[in-house]
Design a binder for this molecule. Structure first.
Ligand code: FAD
Length: 344
């Protein structure tokens, strides 16, 4: 059980900046995100697109902004727990919150900051009867350890960058993780991926290192509890059986409000209702910042989230350090803030 002053749900730009504002007030934080990397929408949806409305930065990109935020919060050493979806937030008799993730992490937090954006990003599933039972063993929506696919018969489904990158990697004769066979399956012979990835795939197919088929998985074959083949309905209307050891599916990610809806907080149109003084939810001690909250005039912009994170941090003081006055100090002139930031 990890004890903390503040538990931040979501490592998008607003959750990351929340660490900074809490740190200036000497409130320690842990951050949890369901994705394997920090950055939320900035990294998942537009890492390389320019952003022009971050104050003081003429132009930046999703990736650069997140890198800068991570640098800015580094002095506060807030642990990031990635690939962990928060499933439970429950008030305890002593007023603190028990927070649990689906994969078993447990926290006891004095305050909770929900910076969950549009929800936890989840892989879009391939819906075929009986297939879900193989998730994590032979059905994969993410590759964490490519070595496990070496020497195996792989079917990759999808037409985006992830599908092509992994199919190319596993089929490449020079790859340390080379599979015994790779079949790439997509519903049509057109891809939403970088041209270089598509060209590499076509070259590997031409060299006989990979097979490409148009069609979709319509069923599966199971023998003695093992997934042994996919039934693929081709563009020509014929169903073929494709033997496999592992099925890798990359249909993209979709956000899901998910468990946040079950924590007993006031919600309006899938957003958490907050006040505009402290950005506190209907539950004292639980704050909501960024795209996840709603209040009159709300705008889903990063800079608005930064403002919300600042006032929410001050709002948390009475729960974490009730005896501290919470005067505003300037980072320019306060020796204490300089000490916290590790600057002269
Ligand atoms: P998010 O970035 O959505 O991050 C939320 C994080 O919480 C996610 O990583 C999610 O996985 C995690 N999470 C959710 N639920 C859980 C859970 N239960 N457990 C663990 N983790 C959880 N804004 C601008 O200001 N300027 C722009 O130019 C701009 N351009 C944009 C362009 C596009 C294409 C898009 C889609 C958005 C753009 N935005 C822009 C909006 C901006 O990206 C959002 O306002 C911002 O990302 C909100 O940040 P956030 O931290 O609140 O949420």
């Amino acid at each position: 059980m990890i004890e903390t002053d503040a538990l931040i749900v979501g490592a998008g730009p607003v959750g990351l900046f929340q660490v900074f504002e809490l740190g200036l007030l000497e409130i320690g934080a842990h951050v949890v995100d369901s994705l394997p990397q920090p950055g939320g929408q900035c990294i998942e949806l537009y890492p390389d697109k320019p952003i022009y409305d971050i104050p003081g930065l003429l132009a930046t990109s999703g990736r650069e902004l997140v890198a800068r935020l991570l640098q800015q919060i580094a002095p506060f050493k807030a642990p990031l727990h990635l690939d962990q979806e928060v499933s439970l937030v429950q008030r305890q008799p002593d007023g603190r919150f028990r927070v649990e993730t689906r994969r078993g992490l447990q926290f006891m937090a004095k305050t909770v900051f929900i910076a969950g954006g549009v929800g936890a990003f989840q892989p879009k599933p391939l819906r075929v009867d009986g297939l879900a039972a193989f998730e994590g063993s032979q059905l994969h929506y993410r590759v964490q350890d490519p070595a496990r696919f070496a020497g195996r018969h792989i079917v990759v489904v999808g037409g985006g960058d992830s599908a092509l990158d992994w199919a190319n990697h596993l089929a490449d004769p020079a790859s340390p993780h080379r599979a015994a066979s790779v079949t790439l399956l997509h519903r049509r012979d057109a891809f939403q991926a970088l041209p270089a990835g598509v060209a590499r795939m076509r070259a590997l197919c031409e060299a006989g290192q990979m097979q490409f088929a148009t069609g979709q998985v319509a069923g599966i074959e199971v023998q003695q509890g093992r997934l042994v083949a996919a039934k693929v309905l081709g563009g020509d209307g014929v169903t073929r059986v494709v033997p496999l050891d592992d099925l890798l599916v990359f249909f993209g990610l979709s956000p899901r409000l998910g468990p946040i809806a079950d924590w007993g907080l006031a919600i309006e149109r899938k957003q958490l209702v907050v006040d505009t003084e402290k950005f506190e939810t209907s539950e004292p001690g639980i704050f909501a910042v960024g795209d996840i909250n709603t209040y009159p005039g709300k705008k889903k912009l990063i800079l608005c989230g930064f403002h919300e994170a600042t006032l929410a941090a001050f709002g948390a003081l009475r729960h974490v350090h009730p005896d501290k006055p919470g005067h505003l100090q300037y980072t320019t002139t306060s020796p204490r803030l300089h000490e916290l930031l590790g600057v002269e």
